[in-house]
Design a protein around this ligand. Structure first.
Ligand code: ATP
Ligand code: MG
Length: 267
C-alpha cells in the first residue's frame, strides 16, 4: 500500500499540491478493510508491548477542517486499542480557567504517561489556526507559538513521548458533500452546525494557516503527515499503517522477569 506524504522540515509547499483523493493503492474497500484488520491486530500487540516496555508514550495529534474525519478516524482506528491504555482528549474553546494559563497548559496536562497512547482530537495547533483566522490574538503572539510548539514537542520527545501528527486533508468539494449529508441524512442531522458553514467561508484563510503550521512545525522529532482523507477507508488504512511503522521503529521489548523463572514451581 501507499503511505501518506510527510512534510520534510523546512520545505515550502502548498496544500493544493497534496492529494485529497487517494485509495492508498488498494483496488477497493474490501481489500483495504482486510489490510486494516491486519494492521489493527498488529497495533493491539504493539500497544501491549508499549505498556509492558514502559519507556515510551505515543501521542497522536489529529487536525482537520470541519467534517475532515477526526471522529471517524478515532472510531475506526483507535477502537482497535485496549481502552485501558488509550486516552482520547478533545480540545474545545478554552474554559475560563484554561484561558488564564499559557496555551500549552491544558495540552501538557493531557499528554499520555509512559506506556499509554494518547489521542488529541484537535490540539495546541488550534492556537495557530482558529485563533489566527479569527484574530483572537495579535500576529506577534501567534507567530511566536510555532517556536513554542516546537520546543514543547521536543521536550516531550526527549522525555520518551513519540509524537505522530496527522492532518486529514479533504477537498472543499468533499466538505460540501459531507455538510449536505449532515442535512439530508437523519442519522447525521445532530452533527450539523451552522457554525461549520461560517467557517467554510474562511476556507482559504484556514488552508493558509494550515500551510504555515505544517511548514513551521514539521520537525525531525515530530513531523506532520498529510493524509489524503476524501476516501474514508483509505484514510483509516494510512493512519493505521503510519502508527504501526512508528511503534515498530521503537524497538519495544518485554522487560526481563525480576526472578529466575526456571527456579519457580507453581504447585
Ligand atoms: P469537531 O468539530 O472537532 O468534531 P465538535 O463539533 O464536537 O468537534 P465543536 O465545539 O464544534 O465540537 O469544536 C470545538 C471548537 O473549539 C472548534 O470550533 C475549535 O476550533 C474550537 N477550539 C479548539 N481549541 C481552541 C482554542 N485554543 N481557541 C479557540 N477555539 C478553539
Ligand atoms: Mg464542530
Amino acid at each position: 500500500m501507499k503511505s501518506a506524504p510527510t512534510i520534510r522540515p523546512g520545505r515550502t509547499f502548498q496544500l493544493e499540491d497534496f492529494p485529497t483523493e487517494s485509495t492508498a493503492g488498494f483496488k477497493d474497500k474490501d481489500a483495504a478493510r482486510a489490510r486494516l484488520d491486519k494492521d489493527l491486530e498488529r497495533l493491539r500487540e504493539l500497544q501491549h508491548m508499549l505498556y509492558a516496555d514502559g519507556r515510551y508514550a505515543l501521542l497522536i495529534v489529529l487536525q482537520a477542517m470541519d467534517t475532515g474525519g477526526k471522529d471517524g478516524t478515532i472510531r475506526h482506528v483507535m477502537s482497535g486499542f485496549n481502552p485501558a491504555g488509550c486516552v482520547v482528549t478533545s480540545f474545545k474553546v478554552p474554559s475560563e480557567e484554561e484561558s488564564k494559563h499559557d496555551f500549552l497548559w491544558r495540552i501538557h496536562h493531557a499528554v499520555p504517561p509512559k506506556g499509554v497512547i494518547g489521542v488529541f482530537n484537535r490540539s495546541h495547533y488550534e492556537d495557530v489556526l482558529v485563533v489566527r483566522v479569527h484574530k483572537m490574538v495579535p500576529k506577534s503572539v501567534w507567530k511566536e507559538r510555532y517556536r513554542q510548539i516546537n520546543d514543547f514537542e521536543r521536550t516531550l520527545t526527549e522525555s520518551g513521548t513519540t509524537i505522530l501528527k496527522f492532518f486529514l486533508h479533504i477537498s472543499k468539494a468533499e466538505q460540501a458533500r459531507r455538510l449536505k449529508a449532515r442535512i439530508e441524512d437523519r442519522s447525521k442531522n445532530w452533527k450539523f452546525s451552522e457554525a461549520d458553514l461560517k467557517e467554510r467561508k474562511l476556507w482559504s484563510e484556514y488552508q493558509e494557516a494550515y500551510e504555515d503550521a505544517l511548514r513551521e512545525c514539521s520537525t525531525e522529532w515530530a513531523p506532520w503527515a498529510v493524509i489524503p482523507a476524501d476516501v474514508k477507508w483509505a484514510r483509516d488504512c494510512m493512519v493505521a499503517r503510519a502508527m504501526v511503522e512508528k511503534l515498530e521503529s521503537l524497538d519495544l521489548r518485554y522487560p526481563k522477569p525480576q526472578t529466575d523463572l526456571d527456579l519457580i514451581v507453581v504447585k
